[in-house]
Design a protein. Sequence first.
Length: 129
Amino acid sequence: MKELMLEIHQTNIEKGFWENKAERNVGEVLMLCVSELAEALEAHRKNKKANIAAYEKEVAALPTEEKNNISAINQVFKSHIKDSFEDEIADTVIRLFDMSEAFGIDLEWHVKQKLAYNKSREHKHGKAY
């Protein structure tokens, strides 16, 4: 998880999302996570699901010289994965990993601690839902 967080954050730095880190605030970054979840909700409402089988089949069918062509792969991605429910969930995780790395949060440690704590809790954590 830590390696993925670092890769995500480095990519986002390279793409200019952290040029003015001092100007980014927790509220802004959290709302970007919320916006990805809203997009996931809309994709789910529209029954827009990733078609992984079609994506993999089309990528496999690309001519050998096209398999290393990022534009060709991106076009296939846009046709079968982009803006799907799964894609928007992935965007949310990417935002959370990026934020955690940027703000020095050891997310892996915190997830493990929370998981251990939650295992000890009562059914539905004592709530109705």
